[in-house]
Design a protein around this ligand. Structure first.
Ligand code: PYL
Length: 275
């Protein structure tokens, strides 16, 4: 997982309205509707009475300037009363509870989680981001049932995507620089969904024959103009973007990519959806 930098996220708060309009143009759905679809619920069945506290954690490589404020701006945009605690770490958790927050969100270097301390629901950013982008891709393509989708990267996001895409009825193939990771992903998908995942070993060939691509890698600029056709669709939660600068204009209208928005929206709907 790529560690975000302040410059990756500092634009988000001010451009949420525009980003939401972009999503509607590409998928026909708002950020909230995409998150509701990914959380297998509907917008009106999400309880917005829960108060959300985002807690800065100083452990490991420490605070990312703007990270917790950006997370709170996304949950606020979705209608949740949200705040960033003044205190960090344990003090922040105590402050969140003392201020009556039912939803606690926090990230260290390895995990970013949302916790509903009333219902006990927990959502993990990696898995939620994978599922959120699968939902958005399904909407953008008009439905993935019986269509081939190439997943690049068999990490937590790629795995979350594969399980969600399997449930959407897509035909899945996966490529990872570590073939062992692809095998493990395929094994888990078969166990949980009975769906067979095809393992790709040649990246360039896989990119040339697949029209629907899911980039869950931290690798920059490996998807080139030669890989793009007028009916290419790309979901790219991976940071940095895998589509290179020359190819970007060719696919911009059929590309989904953001550093936090779809993942955070799916997390908060996961833990706030009514039973
Ligand atoms: C959760 C993001 C999504 C992509 N990369 C992940 C990342 O950058 N994780 C690190 C988050 C550290 C946050 C820091 C803070 O400001 O509280 N502990």
């Amino acid at each position: 997982m790529t560690r975000l930098k302040t410059e990756d996220i500092c634009h988000i708060k001010a451009s949420l309205e525009k980003y939401n309009r972009d999503l509607i143009a590409k998928t026909g759905a708002t950020l909230g509707q995409i998150a509701a679809y990914a959380a297998e619920t509907r917008e009106e069945k999400v309880c917005r009475n829960f108060k959300v506290a985002v807690i800065p954690l100083t452990c490991g490589r420490g605070i990312i300037e703007g990270f917790t404020q950006t997370v709170a701006s996304i949950t606020g945009f979705l209608g949740f009363n949200s705040f960033v605690t003044k205190n960090t770490d344990a003090g922040g958790v105590a402050e969140a509870v003392e201020k009556g927050a039912e939803i606690l969100m926090m990230a260290d270097d390895d995990k970013f989680v949302a916790i509903n301390r009333v219902t006990g629901r927990v959502s993990d950013n990696g898995e939620a981001t994978g599922r959120g982008y699968a939902a958005a891709l399904d909407l953008m393509t008009g439905g993935l049932r019986n269509r081939n989708v190439l997943i690049l990267g068999a990490g937590p996001v790629g795995k979350g995507a594969a399980l969600a895409l399997a449930r959407l009825g897509a035909k899945i193939s996966v490529y990872d620089v570590e073939p062992g990771c692809s095998n493990r992903l395929a094994e888990e998908v078969r166990e949980k969904t009975g769906i067979t995942v095809r393992i790709e070993e040649k990246l360039d060939r896989a990119l040339l024959v697949n029209k629907i691509i899911y980039d869950a890698t931290p690798t920059p600029s490996f998807i080139h103009k030669k890989h793009i056709t007028p009916d290419t669709f790309i979901a790219a939660p991976g940071i940095p973007l895998g589509v290179d600068g020359e190819a970007l204009p060719e696919v911009a209208g059929r590309l989904l990519h953001d550093p936090l928005e779809i993942g955070v929206a799916t997390m908060i709907y996961d833990v706030c959806r009514q039973a």
